[in-house]
Write a protein that binds this ligand. Structure first.
Ligand SMILES: CCCCC/C=C\C/C=C\C/C=C\C/C=C\CCCC(=O)SCCNC(=O)CCNC(=O)[C@H](O)C(C)(C)COP(=O)(O)OP(=O)(O)OC[C@H]1O[C@@H](n2cnc3c(N)ncnc32)[C@H](O)[C@@H]1OP(=O)(O)O
Length: 201
């Protein structure tokens, strides 16, 4: 069964790249620094326009294998009154870190993600996120991210380290909904299709 070894053993994979990990290589066709990445799927909770309560997170390519992103906390994202739910903040970190894979042109899913919640994030606040890929070892892609409030140079409110695992398109066709995958493949926005499904040739 997919992933059974890592999860069933209770082993906790380190989230820092091993010494023999390669440096992340930005794909030659990656969007230029400053360019918005756009949503990879319009029903994505993190970035899709089709999810009314979603994060509508907008990620932008940075230099190398880095991205920046912004997410404004709305009332639908509350945990405690007036404050963002921690799980929603994790989603914002996950989405931002996942965007790094588009710069590598690799399809990957989150295997582990560890988060520090440093400051409460009020409703109405904009979380200014940055993420960078810290290494690649085989199918494992390592990344770190942080989110600041009050401006891009404001205090850190959340930070995370994550390990993504490269998968092929079959991961989604086997485990997801084939009809929706077909519909996504038929999207006239072929850039979005490529973003969701293209594997590094
Ligand atoms: C219309 C649909 C469109 C869909 C398109 C979607 C995405 C397209 C891609 C890019 C889009 C751009 C941006 C994405 C934006 C947002 C990001 C959100 C990302 C997510 O939110 S995504 C959802 C949550 N995510 C999951 O739903 C994963 C569930 N899970 C599994 O599906 C399996 O578990 C899997 C595949 C992870 C591994 O399974 P597997 O069988 O392929 O791999 P295997 O077990 O052989 O492990 C190989 C090596 O990885 C290590 N390893 C494995 N699993 C690990 C773990 N969990 N932690 C630490 N290390 C792990 C092993 O220890 C071994 O390491 P070693 O080689 O050293 O022994």
């Amino acid at each position: 069964m997919s992933g059974a070894n890592a999860t069933d053993s209770g082993r906790r994979e380190p989230l820092t790249p091993p010494p023999d990990a390669g440096r992340p290589v930005r794909h030659p066709d990656a969007p230029a620094p400053g360019e918005l990445l756009g949503a990879h799927y319009d029903q994505c909770f993190g970035c899709g326009d089709g999810q009314s309560h979603g994060l509508h997170l907008a990620a932008r390519a940075g230099e190398g294998v880095t991205v920046t992103a912004e997410f404004t906390v709305r009332p639908a994202h509350q945990g405690a009154p007036g404050l963002a739910h921690g799980g929603v903040l994790v989603s914002a970190l996950d989405e931002t870190l996942g965007s790094l894979n588009w710069l590598l042109r690799v399809i990957a899913v989150t295997g582990r993600l560890e988060t520090d919640f440093v400051r409460p994030v009020p409703v109405g606040a904009t979380l200014h996120l940055t993420a960078r890929c810290t290494g690649v070892a085989g199918r494992k892609i390592y990344g770190s991210a942080e989110g600041r409030i009050g401006g891009p140079d404001g205090p850190v409110a959340v930070r995370a380290d994550a390990l993504f695992i490269e998968v092929d398109l079959g991961h989604f066709t086997r485990n997801g909904r084939p009809d929706e995958i077909e519909a996504a493949l038929a999207d006239p926005d072929q850039l979005k299709v490529a973003r969701a499904f293209e594997v590094n040739p």
